[in-house]
Write a protein that binds this ligand. Structure first.
Ligand SMILES: Cc1cc2nc3c(=O)[nH]c(=O)nc-3n(C[C@H](O)[C@H](O)[C@H](O)COP(=O)(O)O)c2cc1C
Length: 308
């Protein structure tokens, strides 16, 4: 598309996020590009690499212990998106720290580490170990707290739906993260997302990421049962773009908390809608699973305008 008259920014230039300079404003979203290591051999005629121009890869969420995730099937394609119930399958924090993060650093991948835990206090030790192990790393830029998982200590409801719990998670992480960006990823499955953003800011985040997936369900008409064994899943992709835009608008206009926009972005036009509302950066999720070059192409399109 033609560059809109209102667009003045340079989304491919480094920008400050809290204590850290990040290399750009187009990122990949957690869980949709693995740990950021699987696509280094990919090539395309119009794009040097799936990593070209990216401001950050947000890793798959890592938990204190390894997790196998939920039983299959756990990903269902819908006409306008995807419904997933992966259950946070990941290698666990120890393996991530000793093998994955050093490899990301060696490859020069700008990295935001996504973390989840079952109690707010679990975040402190993880962040401390991350800080100790990777304080010399040039490409590790920060941590995104995935606050959309069940909180065991509080009876299994989502961490992210209680402002007080959001604040405790952020405070536990911030104390040991003096020199990297700290983000809290917010759930849209709440009546007032702005309240969560305020709780996160007051406890010390540099930005919030909005949104995680929307609760959804789809039925397999052959069986009359939900496709997913756990019935509900997280809905993502093109269909949630207007939901994500609405949530981002509520946060920006209602609170002024810096927001990284996530939800339904596949093209430069989609990304521009978030920037128009005041997002400081954007993340590409589900689109990245269909086309690993999606985020890089968005960055390339914005970069062309910036230099023209
Ligand atoms: C298969 C899949 C796995 C995901 N895993 C994670 C995850 O581990 N941590 C997280 O914070 N978000 C996870 N998400 C949510 C995405 O990061 C993103 O917030 C959401 O999908 C909305 O963006 P999209 O519409 O561009 O996909 C996952 C999404 C999908 C589709």
């Amino acid at each position: 598309m033609k560059r809109p008259d209102w667009w003045r920014s340079d989304a491919t230039a480094p920008f400050r996020l809290g204590p850290r300079m990040l290399p750009g404003r187009v990122w990949t979203a957690s869980g949709c590009f693995g740990y950021g290591l699987a696509a280094h051999d990919f090539t395309a005629a119009d794009c040097a690499s799936p990593y070209a121009g990216l401001g950050a890869v947000v890793t798959k969420t890592v938990t204190p212990l390894p997790r196998e995730g939920n039983p299959m099937p756990r990903l269902v394609e819908t006409p306008c998106g995807a419904l997933n119930s992966i259950g946070l399958e990941n290698v666990g924090f120890d393996a991530f720290l000793t093998t994955v993060l050093p490899e990301l650093e060696a490859r020069g991948v700008p990295t935001i580490v996504s973390l989840a835990a079952t109690t707010p206090e679990d975040f402190g030790p993880m962040v401390r170990r991350l800080h100790d192990a990777a304080s010399g790393f040039r490409h590790w830029h920060g941590v995104e707290l995935n606050l959309s998982c069940p909180n065991v200590a509080e009876g299994g409801h989502d961490f992210g739906s209680s402002p007080a719990t959001v604040a405790r998670c952020v405070a536990a992480a911030r104390a040991d993260l003096p020199d990297r960006a700290l983000l809290a990823k917010l759930t849209p499955n709440t009546a007032d997302i702005a309240q969560l953003a305020v709780a996160a800011r007051d406890a010390g985040v540099d930005a919030v990421s909005a949104i995680n997936t929307v609760v959804g369900l789809d039925v397999d008409l052959r069986t009359g049962q939900p496709y997913l064994p756990r019935r509900f899943g997280g809905y993502s992709g093109a269909a949630i773009l207007p939901i994500a835009l609405a949530k981002v608008d509520q946060i920006v206009r209602g609170t002024g908390v810096p927001v990284v926009g996530v939800g339904g972005i596949a093209t430069v036009e989609d990304a521009l809608k978030f920037f128009a509302l005041g997002a400081v950066a954007v993340q590409v999720g589900t689109a990245q699973m269909r086309d690993p070059f999606a985020a890089a192409r968005v960055a390339a399109a914005l970069g062309q305008w910036s230099s023209s």
